[in-house]
Design a protein around this ligand. Structure first.
Ligand code: LLP
Length: 384
């Protein structure tokens, strides 16, 4: 059984559960991203802060020179505090409050990705009150599906995100008429955990159609933002610790021909942080049920909600047992919900109370989605 290289002796000093981040994996991922983008100065990556807002993780990513993609005023402040330059921050979200819009304006962010007519009008008024002109890109709902979980598909007409293509011309006209708005481009995002590059090809085709339609009306689009969504290999974190950035960026290079002066923006979250993180817990009890054995952890759905919420697969490893006997267990948490299950029928070396269990590929949408349900404590983190 292949497992990651875990500093077990160091773990013994920690109260469990906690998120362990292997900063070498994060740095290797960022290096690989930078290498691949070195010859594409017209490609800009904004890290999607929603995937993991741990301040130390943010600092490492900011130092690597990436921009930030935020979806709340809180995320803008977290990004700025971690060292992201305001002029590399993009801000999306269907329900930006006045307070949040003002945080964006005060930090001179690169652009607001706007999602409705009322939002454009409110941003214009708030910018006028501060005597500023703010940059705006229109988030378009491209009606392009993605072959991923229904809860994380965002680019279909039935989803709440973006402005319908039929309304695009009128919203662009509105932006161009408002004195405190500078219209700079279009924003898209079709979903998350996408591994089939043909979904991104479909997005590129839709973008080409829209840009051609707008050019014919004399409207240039200097900035195109294709959102995030590149998936990772949850089954084999050790074999594929770094996502296939080459295939991803080449898909856009081949299918979206940029004009001189145009910039293509990306908002990758999961692909950057998922594989560097594991949720580390101790086994509280091993229990023989009527038909199966349960491994009961001190980590639960409050620490990592993805399996309960999306039936997501995470690789589960017993990182402290050296038994050669393999047993089949359901691995569960202590929370009073039947959905508090990390994995069913998981083959593990014979497992005992006190063993360390690692739940892999948990660096994205893990710690940041933790809750205190059942008055549980939030998990802490360990970066090594
Ligand atoms: N840009 C926008 C506008 C987004 O809505 C998202 C994610 C991203 C970028 C980053 O997507 P990524 O590169 O990470 O796929 N909690 C779910 C994922 C929700 C994604 C929401 N939007 C999960 O645990 O799978």
């Amino acid at each position: 059984m292949i497992t990651g290289n875990f500093p077990i002796n160091r773990f013994k000093e920690e109260e469990t559960p906690f998120y362990y981040y292997d900063t070498d994996v994060l740095r290797d991922t960022l290096d690989s991203l930078k290498r691949i983008l070195a010859d594409s100065p017209d490609f800009k990556v904004h890290y999607a802060v929603k995937a993991n807002a741990n301040p130390e993780i943010l600092r490492i990513i900011a130092k690597a020179g990436l921009g930030a993609d935020c979806v709340s005023g809180g995320e803008i402040l977290a990004a700025v505090n971690a060292g992201f330059a305001g002029n590399k921050i993009v801000y999306a979200g269907v329900g930006k409050t006045d307070k949040e819009i003002n945080i964006g304006i005060d930090n001179d962010i690169f652009c607001f990705n706007v999602e409705s007519v009322s939002e454009v009008e409110v941003i214009n008024d708030l910018a006028a009150a501060k005597g500023k002109v703010v940059k705006v890109a229109i988030r378009v709902n491209p009606d392009v599906g993605a072959h991923t979980h229904a809860n994380i598909t965002t680019g279909l007409a039935e989803n709440k995100f973006g402005i319908a293509m039929a309304d695009l011309d009128s919203v662009i006209a509105l932006c161009r008429n408002l004195p405190n708005i500078e219209f700079i481009g279009l924003h898209f995002h079709i979903g998350s955990q996408i591994l089939d590059m043909s979904d991104f090809v479909a997005l590129c085709n839709r973008i080409c159609e829209i840009v051609t339609h707008l050019r014919a009306r004399g409207i240039e689009i200097p900035d195109i933002n294709v959102g995030g969504g590149l998936g990772i290999d949850y089954k084999h974190p050790n074999h594929h610790p770094i996502p296939d950035f080459d295939a991803y960026f080449n898909t856009f290079r081949r299918n979206l021909k940029l004009r001189p002066g145009q910039t293509l923006h990306f908002e990758l979250g999961r692909a950057i942080v998922a594989q560097c993180g594991s949720l580390i817990s101790r086994v509280v009890f091993v229990k023989q049920g009527t038909h199966k054995k349960f491994v009961i952890l001190d980590a639960g759905m409050t620490d990592l909600i993805r399996p309960a919420l999306y039936h997501s697969y995470h690789r589960i490893e017993n990182i402290s047992s050296d038994s050669t006997i393999i047993e089949r267990y359901d691995v569960v948490g202590p929370v009073c919900e039947s959905s508090d299950v990390f994995g069913k029928e998981v083959d593990l070396p014979e497992t005992h109370r006190g063993d360390f269990i690692a739940i892999r590929s948990a660096g994205a949408y893990g710690e940041v989605m933790a809750s205190q349900y059942n008055c549980r404590s939030l998990p802490h983190s360990l970066l090594l």
